[in-house]
Write a protein that binds this ligand. Sequence first.
Ligand code: NAD
Length: 236
Amino acid sequence: MRDAEWVMVLTGAGVSRESGIPTFRDAQEGLWADFDPQKLATVEGYLADPALVWSWYDMRRLKVGQAQPNPGHYALVALEKEVPHFFLVTQNIDGLHRRAGSQNVVELHGNIARHKCFDGGHAPQQELPYGLTEPPQCQQCGSMIRPDVVWFGEALPTRELRVAFAAAEKCEVALVVGTSALVQPAAALPLIAKERGAMLIEVNPDETDLTEFSDIYLPGKSGDVLPQLIDTLKVL
Ligand code: NAD
């Protein structure tokens, strides 16, 4: 890592857990437990009950807006400063990496703070207020506004995907943090990097399907492990 010129970091929901945002798995036991993901995170679900899906995302947007980046996010900001070509690919939609100060962030699954319209993908001119009971309409084309996140069954944004795959192919170190590595195509990125000769480092309190392929597995919370990793790099 000390000598690497190209580093890709892939993060998942675990990196934001210490900021109080539930992971997907936590949420299946908590936040999502009473809801069917097909009803909340699909186009069909939204069209069937726009008010329900809108208010559910509105509540999550509020919680994410109140959350603060944690030491794991800040450690990745510090790492970016040490590496000439640094790519932070995230599956998170919470925007906490950018709020912490990370610059080269690739958001694969969108961002809950952003919106777009159904028909034209137009973004609203201003930030939308909280507490609307129905989704607003696009001021340009009149279609319904929706969160700018990738729902089940939807394609990932092309540009982000291209950058992420290029980073995976080029990097000398792939640092994978807080992801169960089950959601494709993000889960393929570390394995592509490994195939191309990168060193694979995983940070996660629990082992995942990726652990057996990792060159280094650092068990623990990202808010503890990442700052230690950065401190170690600085003294090497
Ligand atoms: P996941 O919930 O499937 O897995 C989370 C992983 O984080 C697990 O492997 C868990 O062991 C690990 N983890 C838990 N606490 C941790 C900590 N303190 N430090 C490091 N790791 C920790 O999440 P995923 O792999 O990102 O995939 C789920 C999908 O859900 C993604 O598509 C993502 O967009 C979405 N999601 C996003 C957020 C967010 O934006 N914060 C939150 C929930 C779900």
